[in-house]
Design a protein around this ligand. Structure first.
Ligand SMILES: Nc1ncnc2c1ncn2[C@@H]1O[C@H](COP(=O)(O)OP(=O)(O)O)[C@@H](O)[C@H]1O
Ligand SMILES: [Mg+2]
Length: 319
């Protein structure tokens, strides 16, 4: 990709109004910004739904282009414990303010739920010691992992995982700006892999963008995920009793597409439910898949194990 800018940065919104899919959260924050007052905040939600982006938008709206020295981003799991966090906050609070006089600064602490309970108590004291200068925004996956004294001192904002339509519209804006040739099936494939994580979805789009045209094959190739259609065909071939042909298809998935045994078995598992078989046959097959998945995670040879699994499926299919 050379010196090309990372799209997750290039297309990150700068204003709260442009953050998508988090409806009333952005409205609530806008009203804080109007009055130039902000409580300490707890942002809870899954990866890639806009927590960091929202915090940066708050900073942009408050400080405009004088953001330097006003926004400190730390990661609780990188910073090797609360002592480092405390030192960095201290240093940050000590810097002389640039103009925006009187306005607090923002400390964004990502993965705050990685801190132990003791460390969280120390964090709470740090928040109190610096609350005349700094507002803290803590980001977590689950608010339940945060000690009650911190929860009660923060305004909690629950971010939701983004909806498929929202993610696809966002990707389409980027695709247009980057002049990509991409079809609908490719968007669906990206969604399947990214599962509501917009960061992941944008990264996949950028990886795929080195192809002249982007279809679902390109998406599965850059994400090293098994193409569902290819796996389905292999399963149907095996179950109809054409074992040799199914095995050749397996070899192609493993060798030509560079997939791991685990990638393939994961896809087999999710496809089995939709096959045209009796419930009894499905149950038997699912049980076998579980057994072979275990062998693969223990490091057995995927050619041998998946070949054996196909043979088992062929036998069950005959019953
Ligand atoms: N709700 C959203 N609105 C707009 N862009 C978003 C949203 N959620 C994620 N993104 C995009 O996805 C990338 C990652 O978002 P980020 O805010 O860092 O996620 P996280 O919730 O993990 O902090 C950024 O490029 C950002 O532009
Ligand atoms: Mg983040």
């Amino acid at each position: 990709m050379g010196i090309e800018e990372i799209w997750t940065e290039k297309y990150r919104p700068k204003r709260l109004a442009d953050v998508i899919g988090q409806g009333n959260i952005t409205k609530r924050l806008e009203s804080f910004i109007e009055t130039r007052s902000l409580p300490h905040c707890l942002f809870a939600g899954p990866a890639g739904c806009g927590k960091t982006t929202t915090a940066l938008c708050i900073a942009h709206e408050l400080y405009g282009d004088k953001i330097k020295g006003k926004f400190l981003e730390l990661n609780a799991s990188d910073e090797r414990g609360i002592d480092v966090v405390r030192e960095k906050v201290k240093e940050f609070a000590r810097q002389p303010a640039v103009d925006t006089a009187g306005l607090f600064r923002i400390v964004y602490l990502d993965e705050a739920d990685a801190l132990t309970k003791d460390a969280q108590h120390a964090l709470r004291r740090t928040m109190e010691n610096y609350s005349h200068i700094c507002r803290f925004i803590l980001a977590v996956n689950y608010s339940g992992k945060i000690i009650p004294p911190i929860q009660s001192r923060t305004a909690v904002f629950r971010f939701s995982s983004l909806k498929e339509d929202d993610v696809i519209s966002y990707l389409k804006i980027i695709a247009k700006a980057e002049k990509l040739k991409i079809d609908e099936a490719a968007y669906k494939a990206i969604m399947k892999v990214a599962e509501g994580d917009l960061r992941k979805a944008i990264n996949i789009l950028q990886l795929a963008s080195t192809s002249k045209t982007i279809d679902e094959d390109v998406v599965y190739a850059v994400t090293s995920r098994a193409d569902p259609a290819a796996v389905k065909k292999m399963l149907e071939t095996a179950i109809s009793g054409q074992f040799r042909s199914a095995r050749l298809q397996l070899l192609s998935l493993l060798n030509d597409h560079g997939l791991s045994g685990e990638d393939i078995i994961k896809e087999i598992h999710s496809q089995l439910f939709d096959l045209d078989l009796s419930d009894r046959q499905k149950l038997e097959m699912i049980e076998r898949v579980g057994e072979y998945e275990f062998r693969l995670t223990e490091g057995s040879n995927p050619h041998v194990q998946l070949g054996a699994l196909l043979a088992q499926l062929a036998l069950i299919g005959k019953k």
